[in-house]
Design a protein around this ligand. Structure first.
Ligand SMILES: NC(=O)c1ccc[n+]([C@@H]2O[C@H](COP(=O)([O-])OP(=O)(O)OC[C@H]3O[C@@H](n4cnc5c(N)ncnc54)[C@H](OP(=O)(O)O)[C@@H]3O)[C@@H](O)[C@H]2O)c1
Length: 320
C-alpha cells in the first residue's frame, strides 16, 4: 500500500509517498481504509524537539510513519472487536506509532474510534479527533460549565475553532483571542466577544465587567499562568495545551493556581459527544485547506507557518 515515509531528520525531514506492507489488525483493532487524515503541529514539533534534544539518540526515535487522525471505512475487525463491523464509517485517533494514518490503510484500537456522524464528509470527520477532543477535554479540565466565562486564546486554529463552538454548547460565555483577519470567523463560530491580540497586550487589560475569566484556555501553547494572571478570577482555572510547563516561575504559579495541562487521548465516548453536536450542525469542522497524499509535505509546511485557520486535512482518497 501507499504510505508517507519520512526521509531525513528534524528540520530537514521530507515526507514522501512510499510503499509499505498493509498492517494487520490485532485482536482489539480494526483495519481502516483511510479516506482522510489530518495534520497536527505535534508531528513536526516532535521531530524538531528530538532533533534539538539529542540528535544522535533522537534519530533512533524518528517516527517511522506519520499521522494520528483518521476517517475511513472498516475493512477488517480483530477477534475481540465488538460494536464495529466491516463497512462502518469511523473516525478516531491514536498517537501510538502503530497507528500511522497517512497511508491507504491503518490499524487502530477499537476504544479510539467512533462511528462518523452521517452528515459528515470524510474530510470533515478526519479534522475532529485530535483537535476536537483536545478542546473538549481541556474545557472539561477547566470546569467549563453553563454560565462560566471562558477565554480561548488561539480561537482561530485547529483546536481553537472547536473550543469556541464546544464551549458555547456547554453554555459558557465565550471570548476568543485571534488576530484582526480572523475576528469575523471567530464571531461566526459563536463567540460572544472577540479580542484582537494585534491591538495591544490584552493580558494586561480588563475586558469583562469584572475583567476576569473563570477559565483561560490557552490553545496556542504560548501562555503561562503568570502571563495570564490578570485575566483569571481568584478561583479561575488556567488550562494549556503546553505553556505552563515552561519555566520555574510558571511551574510554581501553576501549583498555586488551578492550572493544568491537557494531554489529549481519544475515546469512543468523547468522539460520540462531539459527534452528537456535529450531527445537528451545532459544531462544525473548519477546514483551512486540503491536500492529496502526495502533497503531504506541502500540508506540513502550511502547518509550520502557525497561520492555519482551522484544520489542514489530507484526502488520501480524493473526496468525490
Ligand atoms: N497537549 C495536547 O494534548 C495538545 C493537543 C493538540 C494540540 N496541542 C498543541 O496546541 C497548539 C495549538 O494546536 P492547533 O492544532 O490549534 O495549532 P494551529 O492550528 O497550527 O494554530 C494556528 C492558529 O493559532 C493562531 N495564533 C498564532 N499565534 C497566536 C497568538 N499569539 N494568539 C492567538 N492566536 C494565535 C493563528 O492565528 P493568526 O494567524 O491569526 O495568528 C492560527 O489560526 C500546538 O502547540 C499544539 O502542539 C497540544
Amino acid at each position: 500500500m501507499k504510505a508517507i515515509i519520512p526521509k531525513g531528520f528534524g528540520p530537514i525531514v521530507r515526507l514522501a509517498v512510499g510503499e509499505r506492507a498493509k498492517p494487520t489488525p490485532g485482536k482489539n483493532d480494526v483495519l481502516v481504509k483511510v479516506h482522510a487524515a489530518s495534520v497536527n503541529p505535534k508531528d513536526w514539533k516532535l521531530n524538531l524537539s528530538l532533533a534539538r534534544a539529542a540528535p544522535p539518540v533522537g534519530r533512533r526515535f524518528v517516527p517511522p510513519l506519520f499521522g494520528d487522525d483518521l476517517a475511513g471505512e472498516v475493512v477488517e475487525v480483530g477477534a475481540n472487536v465488538a460494536g464495529f463491523e466491516i463497512g462502518d464509517r469511523v473516525y478516531g485517533m491514536d498517537m501510538r506509532l502503530r497507528t500511522a494514518t497517512l497511508a491507504e490503510y491503518a490499524v487502530i484500537d477499537q476504544r479510539r474510534i467512533a462511528r462518523m456522524p452521517a452528515n459528515l464528509s470524510f474530510t470533515e470527520a478526519a479534522a475532529v479527533p485530535l483537535a476536537g477532543q483536545t478542546a473538549l477535554q481541556g474545557l472539561r479540565k477547566g470546569r467549563a460549565v453553563a454560565g462560566r466565562s471562558v477565554l480561548i486564546i488561539g480561537a482561530s486554529g485547529g483546536v481553537g475553532t472547536y473550543a469556541v463552538q464546544i464551549a458555547k454548547q456547554l453554555g459558557c460565555h465565550v471570548t476568543g483571542v485571534c488576530s484582526t483577519r480572523n475576528i469575523e470567523r471567530v464571531r461566526a463560530l459563536g463567540a460572544d466577544a472577540v479580542i484582537d491580540y494585534t491591538a495591544g497586550d490584552y493580558r494586561q487589560r480588563t475586558h469583562k465587567p469584572a475583567g476576569v475569566f473563570d477559565l483561560v484556555f490557552d490553545v496556542t501553547s504560548f501562555e503561562t499562568p503568570a502571563s495570564c494572571a490578570a485575566l483569571l478570577a481568584p478561583e479561575g482555572h488556567f488550562v494549556s495545551t503546553m505553556g505552563h510547563t515552561r519555566g520555574m516561575a510558571g511551574t510554581l504559579l501553576a501549583r498555586r493556581r488551578n492550572a493544568s495541562l491537557v494531554r489529549v487521548e481519544s475515546w469512543t465516548a468523547d468522539l460520540e459527544t462531539i459527534g452528537d453536536w456535529m450531527a445537528t450542525g451545532a459544531v462544525r469542522s473548519i477546514i483551512d485547506s486540503t491536500f492529496g497524499l502526495a502533497e503531504t509535505q506541502q500540508a506540513y509546511d502550511r502547518s509550520r507557518t502557525g497561520r492555519a485557520r482551522g484544520k489542514i486535512v489530507i484526502e488520501v482518497v480524493p473526496e468525490g
